[in-house]
Design a protein around this ligand. Sequence first.
Ligand SMILES: Nc1ncnc2c1ncn2[C@@H]1O[C@H](COP(=O)(O)OP(=O)(O)O)[C@@H](O)[C@H]1O
Ligand SMILES: [Mg+2]
Length: 320
Amino acid sequence: MKSFQGQTWAIGGGKGGVGKSFIASNLACAMALKGYKVVLVDADLAGANLHTLFGIRYPEKTLTHFLKKEVTRFSEILQPTPLPNLHLICGAPAFLEIANPKYQHKQKLIRAMAGLDCDVTIIDIGAGSNFNNLDFFNMADRGILVTSPTPTALQNSYAFLKLAVNRRLVNLLASRSFIKQEIAAALSGKGEVKNIFEILNLARSIDKEAGDKLMRALIQMQADLIVNMATEKEGEKIAETMASTAYRFLRIRLPHLGHIPFDRVVEDSIRRMQPIQLAEANPITGIFTSMAEQLAAEGDLPAPEKRIPEPQEIIAAAMA
Ligand SMILES: Nc1ncnc2c1ncn2[C@@H]1O[C@H](COP(=O)(O)OP(=O)(O)O)[C@@H](O)[C@H]1O
Ligand SMILES: [Mg+2]
């Protein structure tokens, strides 16, 4: 039994190559180094590679074993990492069938991720705005959107956010098929209606109770933004533009969690197949540590008690 409700954080953002996996893995390490019990899930069903970032070439157990019922419990596919309180759920690198799981498989996976016995489950989402990726983002207590400063990355991450919001609203109308059709069409840009408030007013005019339900859900929605490979100035400017666009058109808040500069040490760490958070301290490790502190505080996670080894001790143990 969990002694308190663990948190689920999803890292998404539409475009590939913007640093989602790099951020998910290092945020997971930063939380584990603080003493939290963390599970990092590779939910990139089309291009699983999170294990590689941890130096695992051929994971023994992957999501395939779980979805093909070769194990009974999700916890049986947890892979250890050099950090004793961080485990991975590896994706399936050589099993393309899983890239398009059946609906029941996806639901099974979502239930399993939500039920993990740990303080924080971090979900690394693949590229693209397909339903799987949107649903993994939406299931989380906290959705963290990653973008780089390029115009295409910005477009893709905004589109991802918009589609995630739309899907969440439409899913709330599950049992009301008439209004669901009308609202889905309006949200996807068909017809005259544009702004999300107008759409929710349309919903209210069809069914007041359902419209109110959507309005309440919308008010509670929020995502966080990380601008990767950006200077502080770029990060701030982009965060401001993205937040005002998200508020104007979607009426949701998009606070800036922080920016991460472009740095060769990132590429070096990926080449060494060791998360940067487990290497010597540098400005980027400090950024992940403060993000972890902020997220832990905002997620009401209790302070961890156990002492955990220093990164140097962990590296030494892994090399021995
Ligand atoms: N802050 C950064 N500085 C330098 N290179 C970075 C940074 N973030 C990511 N990269 C580079 O981008 C590549 C893609 O990152 P990755 O996390 O795999 O992206 P995604 O998961 O979004 O597809 C990495 O292999 C790394 O070389
Ligand atoms: Mg990735």
